[in-house]
Write a protein that binds this ligand. Structure first.
Ligand code: ADP
Ligand code: MG
Length: 593
């Protein structure tokens, strides 16, 4: 019997079951992809989903399955779906659930669980756990479905909770006995429905728009700050029109890069410090005044700055400081109303302000240019990324997944993005272990080539997904920037037991052999020319590829750009203490004394 025959046989006596009703409910709502790791009691959820036309992608860790689904949520605005087994699988799946909620991305985690009565009586079931209650603090909403008739409803509620307002992660608890319950197939068919308008427009009142635009009209040095909420809102043209009609400089947060092409003349990225210190009216478009923006206060900002803040979540306003013009609403509607207002009462920034930013940008760019084009060997993050930039500049539709410390910060600064929602990285929470799963989610969702750029440390959290990439033959080129450690590879053990330092990893390790082990192509690159050649070959091939880049063990700063978040020991900073260049001590891919 084929899988399709087996699923058909479940309905032979006009009975169906929880598995089938779940899959039909998902399909009814156009949720046609599912990521997961299967086992008791959800194996048949995946098998039946696949048989009925949902694309199932099996990953090697539940955290990766959740992150792949979250990437789909960010790129499409439809909730990504992932499936886990009970207790341990469930707990592994909670991290991406919380991450998606922190990032504001719609995702639905479905986990198998034990029968309620065994859990509620504490009888000690196999992988038994009160999962619903554990999921609640890690999710935007959490539901358990105990009756087969309620499955269409739980799917609908989960979709609406994931998408409405600020999107987030929703948990559905699927006890094995609910999946196994039967119901008349005709009755079940009648229960299925498609959610009507899961992400309704939230239109701000006209007086709120007027107040915001009146404040903008007073700006001598305006700034527009685009966040990943603006990218998520999928109103790219309207945002472009707003930015261009005002003539104001803009800054894009990491995952808003590409909403306007990074080479846009109003992009103030290269003069970020000066622009933030001097801007007097700042329009926040789907970006939070959280740690990433120094909470909107302190020495990084003009002390007299006034904020106009657009956010769909009313509680985001005044999160960390006074907001002069709050605009609670969805970005698409709001920017549309801004544009209507400005069509009647145009505002244009003083060109001298943009000119000052351009002058500062040119100065800063000149300082950096040499580093990204240098032919230094062993390579630094700068010249390795400079080589990758040549490939991405020639392939604008490549997606970038990116994780690490310096590998993250330098990539964000060096690699220009040209299209919206093409960059996925460590995000609001600043987590590792997202790179390969985001790459997988992006490749599965779009079918487009992905370059996944990792520090050697970050890669350790999700590296086993190389096998997944090969199994599904995904068009992903994985790049490891190997500087031999967490932050970098030149730290010494400050004690005398002879172990590696806590920050040390394998300098000159041949990560590319992991790709070869599963049938992909592996390259080892020591020079920027090799990096460019191999990354270009990977992208052109559309096949699983890995380029392991040998960097100097001295390349990189401790904690990248966020060293200031480290508390200081009373004895003062503990720094890398091996200052000589160890290039000459490399032999056959190993560091030798
Ligand atoms: P970044 O990290 O890029 O600064 P954040 O994730 O901090 O971005 O902020 C995104 C903000 O966008 C969140 O506060 C979220 O509530 C808001 N948001 C998300 N989608 C929309 C939307 N469609 N309309 C308005 N605000 C949105
Ligand atoms: Mg490293």
């Amino acid at each position: 019997m084929t899988a399709t025959d087996q699923t058909a046989s479940a309905t032979t006596e006009n009975l169906t079951d929880g598995f089938h009703v779940l899959v039909e409910s998902l399909l009814k709502n156009d949720l046609d992809k599912m990521y997961g790791v299967i086992g008791i009691p959800v194996t048949d959820v995946a098998r039946i989903a696949q048989a009925k036309g949902i694309r199932y992608i099996g990953l090697r860790h539940e955290s990766d399955a959740g992150n792949a689904a979250a990437a789909e949520g960010f790129i499409t605005g439809k909730p990504g779906l992932y499936l886990t087994v009970s207790a341990p699988g469930f707990m592994n799946g909670l991290i991406p659930l919380k991450e998606a909620t922190e990032n504001g991305w719609p995702v639905i985690m479905m986990s198998g669980s034990s029968s309620r009565e065994l859990i509620d009586m504490g009888e000690g079931d196999y992988e038994g756990m009160d999962q619903l209650n554990y999921a609640k603090p890690f999710s935007k909403a959490a539901y358990r479905v105990d009756k087969v008739e309620d499955i269409p409803l739980v799917v609908a509620r989960a979709i609406r909770a994931a998408c409405t307002g600020r999107p987030g992660g929703v948990y559905i608890d699927l006890p094995g006995d609910t999946l196994g319950q039967t119901i008349d197939a005709t009755v079940a068919e009648g229960l299925l429905y498609k959610v009507n308008d899961p992400c309704p427009a939230q239109i701000p009142a006209q007086n709120v728009i007027d107040q915001a635009m009146e404040l903008l009209a007073t700006a001598k040095k305006p700034l527009i700050y685009l966040g990943k909420g603006a990218a998520y809102a999928q109103c790219d043209e309207a945002i472009k029109q707003f930015v261009e009609s005002t003539g104001a400089p803009y800054l894009a947060m990491s995952m808003a890069k590409g909403l306007l092409p990074d080479n846009h003349p109003q992009n103030a990225a290269s003069a970020r410090g000066m622009t933030m210190r001097e801007a007097d009216v700042v329009v926040m478009v789907g970006a939070r005044l959280n740690w990433m923006l120094n909470f909107g206060k302190g020495k990084h900002w003009n002390p007299d700055v006034k904020f106009i803040q657009i956010d769909i979540d009313p509680t985001e306003i005044d999160n960390s400081r006074y907001i002069a013009a709050p605009v609670v609403g969805d970005i698409k509607s709001t920017i549309g109303l801004f544009n209507e207002y400005l069509a009647k009462k145009p505002y244009h920034a003083d060109p001298a302000w943009m000119a000052a930013i351009v002058a500062d940008s040119e100065k800063n760019n000149a300082r950096f240019a040499g580093a990204t084009t240098a032919d230094t060997v062993p390579m630094t993050h700068y010249n390795a990324l400079g080589a990758i930039k040549k490939v991405t500049d020639a392939n604008h539709d490549v997606y970038i997944a990116n994780e690490g410390a310096n590998a993250l910060d330098d990539c964000r600064d060096i690699i220009d993005m040209y299209l919206p929602r093409h960059r996925l990285d460590c995000g609001t929470w600043g987590v590792m272990g997202v790179g390969l799963p985001y790459a997988i989610g992006a490749a599965v969702t779009t079918g487009k080539p992905v370059i996944s750029i990792h520090g050697d440390s970050a890669f350790g959290f999700d590296g086993m997904e190389v096998e997944t990439i090969c199994r599904y033959q995904l068009p992903i080129t994985v790049v490891i920037l190997n500087n031999g450690g967490i932050y970098r590879g030149d730290f010494k053990n400050l004690g005398d037991d002879g172990d590696p330092s806590p920050l040390t990893l394998s300098a000159c390790g041949h990560y590319e052999k992991m790709m070869e082990a599963f049938g992909g192509t592996g390259y080892y690159a020591k020079t920027p020319e090799e990096v460019e050649k191999y990354v270009a070959a990977g992208v052109a091939s559309g096949k699983p590829t890995m380029v392991c880049c040998e960097l100097s063990i001295h390349s990189g700063k401790e904690s990248g750009h966020i060293t200031y978040l480290n508390p200081q020991p009373v004895t003062g900073p503990l720094v890398g203490n091996e200052q000589e260049d160890l290039a000459e001590h490399r032999e056959d891919g190993k560091l030798v004394d």
